[in-house]
Design a protein around this ligand. Structure first.
Ligand SMILES: CC(C)(COP(=O)(O)OP(=O)(O)OC[C@H]1O[C@@H](n2cnc3c(N)ncnc32)[C@H](O)[C@@H]1OP(=O)(O)O)[C@@H](O)C(=O)NCCC(=O)NCCS
Length: 157
């Protein structure tokens, strides 16, 4: 069952959030590290007026296990005359519990967040996939996402 997130989802969310943080720490250790999130980060995100989070809860009744969540935020184009004004949704986090992958959960969460972004007047969704995340690349390609830009870097120290 997919529904909007609540403050009291924190206990189910923390392990999922840890999965995606650990993944990013493995993929880009110069940028990310494994950490324990504070409940406040979750409640701030749930309360953010320009953002939305949907969770997928396994089981019919309240109190089921959370098996995935997605979060996104609405962005306006910066006031740059060279940029085409376009309201966009930015998908900030998507994670499905390892044991529940390849069963369509990620696809269903992305449909919910797309519908939400459309209702907010967004014309498109954008997101970042860190280099080496082959599963996410294949997943978004399957959903029809295409490359918009590439961020290059080199270490100076
Ligand atoms: C990426 C992720 C959210 C996909 O969730 P999911 O529930 O497994 O995705 P779905 O079951 O909806 O997959 C839909 C399709 O995407 C493609 N796909 C998904 N995972 C894939 C993988 N590991 N390898 C190849 N193709 C994959 C397939 O075409 C799949 O359809 P199929 O299973 O019928 O072949 C999940 O792997 C995950 O949580 N990864 C860790 C966190 C992460 O990387 N998040 C995204 C950060 S940008």
């Amino acid at each position: 069952m997919i529904r909007r997130a609540r403050n009291d989802d924190w206990d189910g969310v923390r392990a999922l959030w840890r999965e995606v943080d650990d993944l990013h720490a493995r993929l880009a250790p110069a940028y990310f590290r494994s950490t324990s999130r504070a409940p406040r980060e979750w409640t701030d995100l749930v309360a953010a007026p320009e953002a939305a989070i949907f969770v997928d809860e396994d089981g019919q009744s309240q109190g089921g296990t959370l098996i995935g969540f997605v979060s996104a935020r609405i962005f306006e184009t910066p006031p740059d005359p060279a940029m085409v004004p376009l309201r966009r949704g930015h998908v900030e986090m998507l994670v499905v519990a390892r044991a529940h992958r390849r069963r369509g959960v990620g696809g269903r969460l992305m449909r919910q967040i797309s519908d939400w972004a459309l209702r907010q007047g967004a014309a498109e969704l954008v997101l970042t996939v860190w280099a080496g995340n082959k599963a996410a690349e294949a997943f978004y390609e399957h959903l029809g996402y295409g490359e918009l830009s590439r961020v290059l870097h080199t270490r100076l120290v």
